[in-house]
Structures are given as C-alpha cells and as structure tokens.
Design a protein around this ligand. Structure first.
Ligand code: ZN
Length: 98
C-alpha cells in the first residue's frame, strides 16, 4: 500500500522514456487514435529554434482503424529536454500527450 502511494507520487522520468504518448481525435468521425513518438528516433533537429523555442520536431500521419480514412497530420515541437512545447495538427485535435 505504502509502496503504491509512493510510486504514484513519483514523477515519471520523461527524459529517460524513449516513447512519448499522444492521443488525437479525428475531426470527421470522432475516433480517438493513440500513437507514440520515439524520442530517440522520431525527432529531427531544427536548424534554428522553432515555435516555443523548440529544438526538435516530429511529424506523424495518423489514420483511424474504422471506415473513416481521414488523415490526421500532427507536427510536434520539442525543446532540448524533449518536452512538448508546441504542436500543429490538421484533420483532428490533440486531446492528450505525455
Ligand atoms: Zn475519422
């Protein structure tokens, strides 16, 4: 019990976690689509600071599993600590991340 409480309060070390989870909702059918960004392999280093003083970006194209074939294009901007500082999305909305 005590151990459980302790781990619940512990801040997960995002920096060491290679996968950054995101959830988007399709604008067309409302389906929620989960994806994850591999923080070691999916990030591209920007030549100069991007939106929100970002250092990296990652682009994802997500398609739901249903009959809807809407493509959701997400661009995620991360700072040097690999924290999400800005995002752009078309075809859906970002409903949760990290
Ligand atoms: Zn859809």
């Amino acid at each position: 019990m005590l151990r459980k409480i302790f781990s619940a309060f512990r801040n997960p070390a995002q920096y060491k976690t290679p996968f950054y989870p995101i959830e988007v909702r399709c604008n067309r059918c409302g389906e929620t689509i989960s994806a994850r960004v591999n923080l070691h392999h999916d990030l591209s280093l920007l030549d100069e600071p991007g939106p929100g003083k970002s250092a990296y970006l990652s682009r994802k194209t997500l398609v739901g599993s249903g009959r809807c074939f809407q493509r959701i294009e997400v661009t995620l901007y991360f700072n040097g600590d690999r924290r999400l500082v800005h995002h752009e999305i078309s075809g859906g909305e970002l409903i949760s991340h990290g």
